[in-house]
Write a protein that binds this ligand. Structure first.
Ligand SMILES: Nc1ncnc2c1ncn2[C@@H]1O[C@H](COP(=O)(O)OP(=O)(O)OP(=O)(O)O)[C@@H](O)[C@H]1O
Length: 458
């Protein structure tokens, strides 16, 4: 498949060769640049920024007339391989020089091609190099399900905004899929091969905020036993997802603002700042009126973060997505628990589509898991999902009982782990999918609850 976002660089001193390669490749790939001298490569890399390093480099090995030892190309290859996100390099050699090609492969080239090349072979080599460099990701838009008009609009907006460098603020209630949207933005961006790092801003204690985000130097404070990179440095070249941004204390907001304004951070104990190249995607479940309240959020920080605002609609505004999501999560849990595939009874499906879903897709997911475990009929009935008509959990259902009551319902086969899982599910139900509230109910931090959600696959 041609990749219209791929960036290719041809580094060859022979203008005719470079022209021919460019004409061939620009029909398939987004951006095909040509340089004639390795010295120009240094200039390009020194400029920095996410576009400085291409995805694939077609690299000639001899530049000075009369030279055939390949040393200039090998030196350029070493420079490229030392980049934080090195491009895939395809060695071009005019001499069918096998020892040189082998040396290039040993030093990290992805492939080699001899000149004059076969067009189909060159395109295949570039495609293969790109595929290896961009790992397939299923956490992007494909995981963001829903064909309703509002979700199609969200997807179209992701596709439009992702390739830009604009900071994006994702707004929406708990459980609507804000993190999935952030991941899709990253997966469809030019930074896709870089890191996607998620930070729960609401859970960062004020005392360690700076060290967590910006890093510290050994000895900067009593516990600083070694240098430590912050999240900004760790996400270099990638996307930093600042989740629950609306829960940040005001002093922490001031520090974040300074970092974003200057595009540099100073680790605690360091005497000079470090520039950081990250794209910021942030998210909050606060509504816009709250975000514009200066006692909650600094306006100057808000304007830095919300260059683009992407609203993810609550599930009740897109009931057309409910059948697809039900099918997806029922099948997922049927497979996980080894239960037979069952259909949702028509009356139950109608009621589930009309349900308010206050905890949004996360609550639907939990309801599906409950139905798979507890459903005892040939098809799923409404009561299997543990929901009441208004959107609140059904009174008297096991998972909607208060957390301690759930814990008291000790069954013979119950393990500590299964009890923990039930307690978490019950707390999430009661908190209607609000992670902060559920964490408070369970007496753990949000970060700890997220770890437990991961552990239990919730
Ligand atoms: N459109 C969707 N398709 C499939 N699964 C979804 C979708 N939206 C959300 N989910 C699932 O719902 C759960 C919650 O999603 P996510 O964490 O992205 O929501 P959130 O808005 O970031 O929540 P919170 O505000 O509570 O952090 C996850 O299990 C996610 O996989």
């Amino acid at each position: 498949m041609p990749d219209s976002t791929a960036r290719i660089l041809i580094l060859d001193d022979d203008a005719d060769v470079a022209y021919a390669a460019r004409m061939l490749l620009r029909r398939r790939y987004g951006d095909v640049a040509v340089l004639h001298d390795p010295a120009q490569l240094h200039g390009m890399l020194a400029r920095g920024g996410p576009d400085a390093v291409p995805d694939v480099v077609l690299l000639d090995f001899n530049f000075t007339p009369g030279r055939t030892d390949g040393a200039e190309g090998l030196a350029a290859l070493d420079v490229l391989r030392r980049q934080p996100r090195p491009p895939a390099v395809i060695a071009l050699t005019a001499y069918a020089d096998v020892p040189l090609a082998v040396e290039a492969l040993k030093r990290g080239a992805a492939d080699f091609i001899t000149k004059p090349w076969d067009n189909a072979r060159l395109v295949a080599a570039v495609d293969a190099a790109l595929a290896r460099r961009r790992p397939a990701t299923d956490t992007g838009a494909s995981a963001l399900m829903g064909d309703s008009a509002p979700m199609q609009a969200v997807r179209a907006m992701i596709a439009g905004v992702a390739p830009t460098e604009a900071n994006v603020m994702v707004l929406g209630e708990n459980g609507v899929g804000k993190e999935l949207v952030a991941r899709a933005l990253h997966a469809q961006s030019r930074r896709a091969a870089g890191t996607f790092l998620s930070v729960d801003m609401g859970a960062l204690p004020e005392s360690t905020f700076e060290s967590e985000l910006f890093g510290h130097r050994k000895g900067a404070f009593t516990d600083a036993k070694a240098d430590r990179a912050g999240r900004f440095q760790a996400a270099r070249g990638g996307t930093l997802f600042l989740d629950e941004i609306g829960n940040m204390p005001l002093p922490a907001q001031a520090k974040l603002l300074t970092a974003l304004e200057r595009r540099e951070v100073t680790p605690i104990g360091a005497d000079r700042p470090e520039s950081v190249d990250v794209r910021i995607v942030s998210a909050t479940n606060l509504d816009e009126a709250r975000m514009f309240d200066p006692s909650v959020f600094r306006a100057d920080l808000l304007f830095r973060l919300n260059t683009i605002v992407l609203r993810v609609p609550p599930l009740r505004e897109r009931p057309g997505d409910v059948p697809l999501l039900l099918r997806h999560y029922l099948e997922l849990y049927e497979a996980q628990y080894g239960r037979p595939a069952r259909a949702v009874a028509p009356a139950a499906l109608a009621a589930l589509c009309a349900h308010g879903w206050p905890g949004n897709v996360r609550a639907l997911r939990h309801a599906c898991e409950r139905a798979v475990i507890l459903g005892a009929q040939a098809d799923y009935r409404l009561e299997d999902f543990g929901l009441a008509a208004g959107g609140a959990p059904c009174a008297g259902s096991a998972v909607s009982a208060a957390v301690p009551a759930t814990l008291v319902q000790m069954r013979e086969e119950a393990t500590l782990s299964s009890l923990e899982r039930e307690a978490i599910a019950a707390a999430l139900e009661q908190a209607q999918g609000n992670i902060s509230h559920a964490a408070r109910m369970l007496g753990v931090s949000r970060a700890a609850l997220y770890r437990k959600l991961d552990k239990h696959g919730i």
